[in-house]
Every structure is written in C-alpha cells, then in structure tokens.
Ligand binder design. Structure first.
Ligand SMILES: NC(=O)C1=CN([C@@H]2O[C@H](COP(=O)(O)OP(=O)(O)OC[C@H]3O[C@@H](n4cnc5c(N)ncnc54)[C@H](O)[C@@H]3O)[C@@H](O)[C@H]2O)C=CC1
Ligand SMILES: N[C@@H](CC=O)C(=O)O
Ligand code: NA
Length: 816
C-alpha cells in the first residue's frame, strides 16, 4: 500500500479536491491508500492570525467567516444537497469549538503554545472531515481519521517529537481494524500522553505521511504538491531549472535544507530509516513522473543535482586570540545558540582558529550578538575576543550532489562561474560529506549567481548570453536580423541562447531582462523606448546584473568608449566593431586589455580590422603561440579597395565612392575612409596587437585625395569637391592603365614602423588580383618567413561585419 499526502493547494478548492479524488480513485485500483491531508491553503495562516488577534483582544470574526465560507463553498459545490447537512453540522460544531477557544484567548489575553496547537488543529480537521465525506460519495469505504489520536508525542507544543514505538502500534492496530477502508487522515496534528493536541512543526503533514508510511511499511510515500517534483534550482530564479527524476535521501535533504521548499528535510527521516521511497508528485500534472527520493539511486551523469539558495542571510564574524587552541570554544558558542533555538545555517572557521564565521537568519542576528556578548563577557573584557560583527544583505548559494564526491573540478567550476560574473564570495563551506559546497555572496548577486552556476553545471542545457546592444544602424540592424534567423539553429546545435536584454541608439533605449523580441525590435524601440541616455543605458545594464553579460558597441561614436573601463570592472564583456576605442591612446588600449583580463571577461573586436575576416584572431593566435611578426602588408580599406576595383573605363570617381557608400562599405562619414583615417586605425590596432606601443601620429599616411577634398568641412561639401576634382582622379586612372597597373592603397608594418601608401602595382604583385571590397593581409613571421600567411576576402559590408560581431558574441565565455 501507499501513503498519499496532499498539500494545501491540492485541497484548496472544489476543483482541486476533485482532481485529488481522481488520483486517489486511480490508486485505489491497486490497493487502498492512506490519504494524509493538509488544511486548505491559507487556512493555517488565518488560524495563526486569528489566535494572535484574539490574544491582543482584536477582532477575529472576519477571518472565521472567511474560513467557514471557504469550506462551505466546497461542500455546496461537491456534495448533492441531501448529503450536505451532516457535513455542515459537523463543521459548524468545529467552528463553534474554535470560537469558544478564541473567546477564551481573548478573555485571558494569553495564547499558550498548547492553546495555539489546539486552534491550528481545526484546519486539518475541517479539511479532512469534509474531503472524507465528499470521497464517500465515490467510494463507500472512505473514512475520516483524526490522526491526532494515533500519533503520540511529547508535550513540546508547536514542534512535538513523536513517540515512534507507541505511535507505530496505534497506527497498525487502527489500520488492521479498518482494513479495506480508504483512510483520510489529518496531517500535522498529534497528541501528548494526556491527550492534548500537539502539532508537528514545519512540514508537519509530510511528517504525518512519513510516520504512517514507516509504521505500515508502505511501498511508497507520495507527496502531492503543486510543482513537478524537486528541481535543479528555484524555478522562479532560473527559468531553465528542470525537474530531477531521482535523488538520494542525502541529496534531497541538502537541496531542501537551503531553500527548495518542496519538502522539509526532517520529515523524511522516518522514511529514510526504513528506506521507503518518497515520490514528489504534482496534483495538477499527475502523469508527470515527479521526483523519486530513495536510497538506491541510479548513477547520474549530472555533475551536481541542483543549486539551492537562501536569499536573506546575515553572517556573524568572531575573531580573537581567545579562540586559538581553546578546546570547547565553538562548543560553547554553538550550544548557546542552539539552546536559544537560533538556527545556524553554515559555519566556517579559519585554520588558524583565529576566526569563526557563521550564518543565521537576519531576524536572529541581533539576538545572537546579544547572547554572545553575555556568554563571552570575560573574553571580551580581556580583549581576547573582538566585538562580534554582523554583515547583512547576504545570501547563500549551495551546489548539491553525491557525484561531487567522485568528480574533481566541481569547486573550480563553481568559482569560475562566480568569478567570471564578478561575484565576490564572502565565505565558503564544504560539508565533509562533499555533497554540498556553499558560498555566501551578496544578496543582490543571488539571481545572477544561481543562473550563472546553473549554466556552468548543466552544460547539456543552453548557455545564455545576455547582450546589450548600442547602435541600430547598418551593422546593428543586420546583427539583429542574423541573430533572429540563427536563433533556432544556435539553440539546437550550439546549446546557446542569445538574449538581447537592451537596445539603444541615439534617440531611444529599451530593456528587458527576459530578452527583447527580434521580430519587432524596431517598432518596439520606437513606440515603447525611453529617451536614450548612454550613461543611463550602461547603469541599467549593470543594475540588471544578468549573468554572462555582453556589451556590444555597434556605433562609430567616441562617447561609448569612455564607458568600456567601468563595464569591464563590472565583469561585463565587450564586443565591438567600433575602432575608436582601440585606436585612441595606447595607454587606454592597454588598460582595456588589462582590465578585461583582471576581471576575467572578454574583449573581442575582430571586426575592427577586415570586418568578419579572421585577422585579429589570427594575429592573436600567432602571438600567443610565440611567433614574432616581422612584417605585415595589407589592404584594409574595403571602401578604397572597392573604388580602385571599380574605378575603371568610363566609371567616374565620385560615382564609385557613392556606390561604395550605398553598398554599406564606408564609415558613417565616408571622409574617414578616403582620407586614410580608417585605414590608419586598423594598422594601429594591428601594430599594437603585434606588440608595438604606437600612437596614431606614428602612422605615416600617403594621401589619395587632393587638398580641397581633404579640407571639406561636411560630407556634402566633400562629395562636391570630389566632383570638382574629377580630372585629378582621371589622371591617376589613366597613368595606372597606361602602365598596365592597378591602384592599390597598401599599409605596411615593418620593424615597428607603419606607413600607408598609394601604389600602382602590376600583375606580378600579390595584391594585384582583388575584386569588390576585398581586403588582403599577409603576415611574414618567424614561422611564416619563406611564404607569408595570407588572409583575403570581402573586408567591408553589413553582412560580413555583423557576422563578425556575431561570432565574437558567441565566443564570449566559450574559451574557459
Ligand atoms: N560598414 C562596414 O563594413 C564596417 C563597419 N564597421 C564599424 O561599424 C560601426 C557601425 O557602423 P554603421 O552601422 O555603418 O554605422 P551607422 O551610422 O549606420 O549606425 C550607427 C548607430 O550608432 C548609433 N549611435 C551613435 N552614437 C551613439 C551613442 N552615443 N549612443 C547610442 N547610439 C549611438 C546611431 O544611432 C546608429 O544607430 C562603425 O564603428 C564602423 O567602423 C566595422 C567594420 C566594417
Ligand atoms: N569603412 C570600412 C569598413 C570596415 O571597417 C572600410 O571601408 O574598410
Ligand atoms: Na576581422
């Protein structure tokens, strides 16, 4: 036989009770179950409030009416009129008794724990009596059982301890005497030797189920609740949390100890002792297998089973020489706290024994300090102990699982995930069982931490990157299009999810921690966006504190650069196609790199040179593997490459530049391409990445433009100057053609010198054969000295650039 326990929500409404009875009916086909019931949801809280109101002499009538109405509504809806009366009558008797009790409390202005237990017992008695009667419509054998008479406890009201031996005899006798019946038993309540009602404390109904299951050697104890079993993490924090099919008793205890509210660990002990499996099932999804908690769990491939957390915790630090080598110091400390019922969540002690840190609920911290001051008065006076210090606004995160014991690297993975996300760890504790590693962190970081750790351990699941994108122009727009198109593939094949958590251009900005839809981002931004404000955008990104966060700069502006440093310092990675950051002062370039490294985040800027072509990456890999760059020769202006490849025959110079702009090759300001500045930035970045600490003025630039074009003060002006100087460009074209040569704008880095020059090259030159917006770069290095390493291909355009930004984004965090 099985014991089935239904919690408050499962008995909380007529609809739910119907579902409950259908579950019982199904079970009955196998064998008659024992059904343990909680009070209807909310009723225990109401009873507590009423008892406390009565003690203060305040009104409790409204709540009493509410409880009555809740039960009566169920009776009316689930019982035929003819069958209602006996239930109403009995419940009315209950409510009268309850009212008498409350009146007595009011008169005395005193609420003893004993009286409170008596008051609370009506919650379970009403629900169980009512449900047993409703059930008897369906199966005659339904029997209401006031379980308080069968579970015998001491007189520790509010949290009574069970007399197991006597209780088992009473339950067995009762069960034998009522064989063939379906018992509907009140959870939570018991009685002492004198027959006074006691309660079993937190999770009491689960405990009732475990006591019955253990007494009757049940094949299984099913805890029916409103969630799909125990999950890998709190699903309200981690959207990707999933149900665990199996857990050992120890794992379940560790997981529920910190937070997972599904069951309360001590309630499992009777089942644990007799190795009776406990199954957590969902009343509202009865076909879902739920979570099996048992002793012989199958080997699991999951490195950990779950992450549990407590969101509000305080720690108390005790330091002083008085502790060193003093046997019994911590004994005194912790027995003091336990005597006063202060629950210590976690303890760490430094090996020097110079300090002890322990965590308690914030509401207990004040009392703990007062107790310590009193107990250790002598030590404090003699300065052998410093005054205890409290730190508030902290949280505990714990990873749990028996596999940790066998798998090295688990704590490494935990701390790496925390470190990469800039989460400072205040204290650490690992149980000697190795089933649990707990860390104390700031409460503000908890959600980010649990998500990051969940991602780090459940790698079978999708890693999530949260990106904040600045710039919705040519590149930004195309990136969103590519992300939208590629999302399903990424999800399916790369275990990766990219969420756009923020977008801004110069006019508007918009955020969503859940991720913005890329179907309608533009209209959403325009209609729902708030006024753009770069500092505000960055602040909000930091405040949202999302895990695996990336700032993506798709602008050509200088202002965003000022924020990079602070962004790195907030442990946020940066991906940028904007070259202005890396090509400003060398000191700043260096600081970006150092800070990113220091904070364990990534700084990727592949598209700074050659758009999506793998140039930065290639150079980095050469350098990291110990190669030395002797010479770099390159064509790195996609715009000028396009112009020289198409400024042929009848084509005019001005028209060709226009075409390049329309094709999305130019900078937002095309003068930056034609005056060589954009090319200069690229050469400078390459030189720096190759190890040369150069500044912009160190790059010699050969101009391809006549003076008047260079001096144009607006883009419009610039274009009109290009038209006016058509002859100048025609002359260049003719001279090259006459010599069977082509025009090439070539950058060269050699011995730490960088120059960019306009050249006419013939077909023997490796850069002769180019088309479209092609870039070409040749690296001559120690290892590639006879023949250079060459990268060639389209080096400008929205698609190839956005693709490069995309690749940088998905590389964030993937190398560790
Ligand atoms: N076009 C290409 O082939 C390549 C372009 N790039 C780089 O891509 C970047 C973007 O280029 P495009 O998309 O063509 O430029 P764009 O002018 O089309 O778009 C720039 C976007 O940035 C936004 N923006 C500018 N300043 C801002 C600020 N302070 N705050 C918020 N938003 C701001 C603008 O509102 C606009 O949405 C440039 O840095 C360019 O050098 C890099 C490699 C290749
Ligand atoms: N405007 C640039 C685009 C790439 O950085 C170019 O023309 O090369
Ligand atoms: Na590149």
């Amino acid at each position: 036989m099985k014991v089935l326990k239904f919690g408050g929500t499962s008995v909380g409404s007529a609809e739910n009770i119907k579902t409950l009875l259908s579950i019982v009916a199904k079970e009955k086909l196998q064998s008659n179950p024992v059904v343990v019931l909680s009070a209807m949801s909310g009723v225990t809280n109401l009873l507590t409030d009423m008892a406390e109101s009565a003690e203060r002499g305040e009104d409790y009538d409204t709540s009493l009416k509410e409880i009555e109405a809740k039960h009566f509504a169920v009776i009316r809806s689930l019982l035929p009129a003819a069958a209602q009366n006996p239930v109403f009558t009995r419940l009315k008797i209950f409510f009268n008794e309850l009212e008498d009790l409350l009146q007595a409390v009011t008169n005395l202005r005193e609420l003893s724990l004993q009286t409170k237990d008596q008051i609370l017992s009506y919650g379970e008695r009403c629900s169980s009596f009512m449900i047993a009667h409703i059930a008897s419509q369906q199966f005659e054998e339904a029997l209401y059982v006031n379980g308080s008479e069968l579970i015998k406890t001491d007189s520790n009201f509010g949290q009574a301890r069970v007399d197991t031996e006597l209780t088992e005899i009473l339950i067995n006798d009762f069960y034998q005497a009522n064989k063939g019946k379906v018992l509907f038993v009140t959870g939570f309540i018991a009685s002492n030797a004198a027959g006074r009602v006691t309660t079993l404390g937190r999770g009491g109904s689960d405990y009732t189920a475990a006591v019955w299951g253990s007494a009757l050697n049940a094949e299984e104890i099913e805890i029916w609740t409103d969630v799909n079993g125990m999950m890998t993490a709190d699903p309200r924090i981690v959207k990707k949390a999933f149900s665990l099919p199996e857990l050992s008793y120890t794992e379940a205890m560790e997981l529920s100890y910190f937070g997972a509210k599904v069951i309360y660990p001590p309630t499992m002990i009777p089942a644990f002792m007799k190795k009776i499996p406990i199954v957590i099932k969902n009343t509202f999804e009865p076909d879902f297998a739920g979570t099996y908690i048992k002793s012989d769990v199958k080997a699991s491939r999951l490195p950990i089973k779950g992450i549990s957390s407590i969101d509000h915790i305080s720690i108390i630090n005790l330091t002083g020489s008085g502790m060193v080598g003093k046997a019994g110091f911590s004994g005194r400390l912790f027995s003091l706290l336990s005597r006063e019922q202060i629950n210590v969540v976690l303890i760490t002690q430094s090996s020097s024994e110079h300090s002890i840190t322990f965590a308690v609920k914030p509401t207990d911290a004040g009392q703990a300090i007062a107790l310590i001051k009193k107990e250790f008065e002598l030590e404090l006076d003699a300065n052998k102990l410093a005054l205890p210090e409290v730190e508030n606004n902290l949280a505990v995160l714990a990873i749990v699982g028996e596999n940790m014991k066998r798998t090295p690297g688990m704590s490494g993975r935990l701390f790496n995930a925390l470190g990469r996300n800039g989460i400072n760890v205040r204290a650490i504790a690992q149980g000697s069982s190795e089933y649990n590693i707990s860390v104390i962190i700031s409460a503000a970081d908890l959600s980010k931490a649990v998500n990051a750790v969940h991602d780090a351990f459940f790698t079978d699941l999708k890693r999530t990157l949260n990106i904040f994108c600045l710039g919705t122009g040519n590149i930004g727009k195309t990136l969103f299009k590519q992300l939208r198109e590629q999302m399903p593939f990424l999800s399916a094949n790369n275990d990766l999810q990219v969420k756009v958590a923020g977008i801004s251009n110069t006019r508007k900005m918009i955020f969503s921690a859940e991720g913005l839809s890329l179907e309608d981002w533009e209209s959403n931004l325009n209609t729902n966006g708030e006024q753009a404000d770069l500092a505000g955008f960055v602040e909000r990104m930091k405040a949202l504190n999302l895990p695996n966060c990336v700032f993506v700069d798709n602008t050509a502006a200088e202002t965003p650069i000022e924020f990079y440093q602070g962004i790195f310092e907030s442990s946020i990675s940066v991906v940028t196609c904007n070259k202005k950051g890396n090509s400003a002062d060398f000191a700043q370039y260096k600081s970006f790199k150092d800070t990113a490294r220091k904070f364990g985040v990534d700084f990727y800027y592949e598209t700074n040179v050659g758009a999506g072509l793998p140039i930065i990456r290639t150079l980095r890999e050469l350098m990291m593997s110990g190669d030395k760059v002797a010479c770099i020769e390159a064509i790195l202006s996609g715009t000028i490459s396009y112009i020289f490849n198409n400024f042929k025959g009848d084509a005019g110079f001005y028209e060709t530049v226009k075409e390049a702009q329309e094709l999305g090759y130019t900078e937002p300001d095309p003068r930056d391409d034609l005056n060589g500045k954009d090319f200069m930035r690229k050469m400078l970045i390459l030189a720096r990445d190759a190890g040369y600490p150069l500044e912009a003025i160190d790059v010699k630039i050969d101009n391809i433009l006549p003076e008047a074009c260079l001096n144009a003060t607006s883009v419009e002006d610039f274009y009109s100057e290009l038209q006016k100087n058509a002859a100048y460009f025609e002359d260049l074209k003719t001279r090259a053609a006459n010599d069977k040569k082509v025009l090439r704008y070539i950058g060269k880095l050699e011995n730490g010198n960088v120059e960019i020059s306009l050249q006419m090259v013939d077909d023997s030159h490796p850069f002769y054969m180019l088309s479209g917006s092609d870039n070409i770069i040749s690296f001559t290095t120690d290892r590639y000295h006879a023949r250079p390493l060459v990268v060639k291909g389209p080096g400008a355009g929205a698609e190839v650039t956005a693709a490069g930004v995309f690749a940088d984004i998905i590389n964030v965090g993937s190398l560790s």
